[in-house]
Design a protein around this ligand. Sequence first.
Ligand SMILES: C[S@@+](CC[C@H](N)C(=O)[O-])C[C@H]1O[C@@H](n2cnc3c(N)ncnc32)[C@H](O)[C@@H]1O
Length: 341
Amino acid sequence: MRESTDARVATAQRYRAFAEVEARGMSACYERWAAGVAADPALVSLIDQLPAVKRQPNLVFSAARFHGAKVGEYGEFAAWLREHWSEVAATCLSHATQTNESGRCAVLLPALAALAGPLALIEVGASAGLCLHPDRYSYRYHRGGGGDVSGGDSGGGERMLHPADGPSPVVLDCMLSGPVPVPEQMPEIVWRAGIDLHPLDVHNDADVAWLDALIWPEHDDRRLRLRAAVAVARQQPVEIVRGDLNDEIEALVARAPAGATVVVFHTAVLAYLNEQGRNRFAAQMTRLPVRWLSNEGQSVAPGVLERLLETPAEASAFVLALDGQPIALTQPHGRSLHWLG
Ligand SMILES: C[S@@+](CC[C@H](N)C(=O)[O-])C[C@H]1O[C@@H](n2cnc3c(N)ncnc32)[C@H](O)[C@@H]1O
């Protein structure tokens, strides 16, 4: 577990770790805010009024931005937070960090397209379900160094792939390396459903505003993508069952249509479970008649790290694994995909 999300770690230390490890290079604003909080005992005392699991920087900063905190210097933010603390604290108590990143579909798609279809998709930890529409987005796969992307139609080391009914308003860019089986066409998805402890509803403006606030300040490309993906998802609603993934998965698998390959997938989810929960889920994936596609931090999905033959250069890289076997390394928001040989 990261120091910033570990409820046992003191608040100042959590914010310092968040500034130095997670925000540095990713968000100059959050780096300033987190470093500022870490050195500000008055603000730390305020945040310490929350239960320990709710003191995480990502949650507090997202809640502040949800209520209108402006991107800027720490002094201005600290003054704003003191003034609006009761609203921010209430949102921290009622909400959770559940970023939904449709960009992750770009790293899932080659693995999905390589499976025998038609497919029935089940996403556990689906949030608002934006990753349940991989066949409704357009993809622009790039090859580092301008190399060939097999089957390409636009040349120049780039390959576009569109939904069957034409280009999507959501275009996902992904840089490829290694022998990636770039799909020639979209997988046929005949059924889809999700599970989440707290499903967010793409039709609910407050839920969409929360998803927006969870995106870090400088990541405007992701914010635009969120709006476009929500518009796509609003056209074709998908059921997301409320509940714990371990408790709900078997019944949902049983509802999938006969004749389809059932794929249970998850991205950035198992880190929320304790070791016992992760092992229970892995055992269910082995027992149930499904293909299991996981995209998680390196030591998160049980058994995957042990089977990894290459040590990832980036400690933050996720591992994409099919039925527990690593097949690729991925950038956590889906910006790049390195297929393993
Ligand atoms: C970081 S979000 C990732 C959402 C989505 N998979 C994506 O990649 O965009 C993690 C999601 O997992 C859900 N979650 C965490 N623990 C869960 C559990 N035990 N059962 C079901 N959902 C869970 C959270 O509510 C949250 O929506």
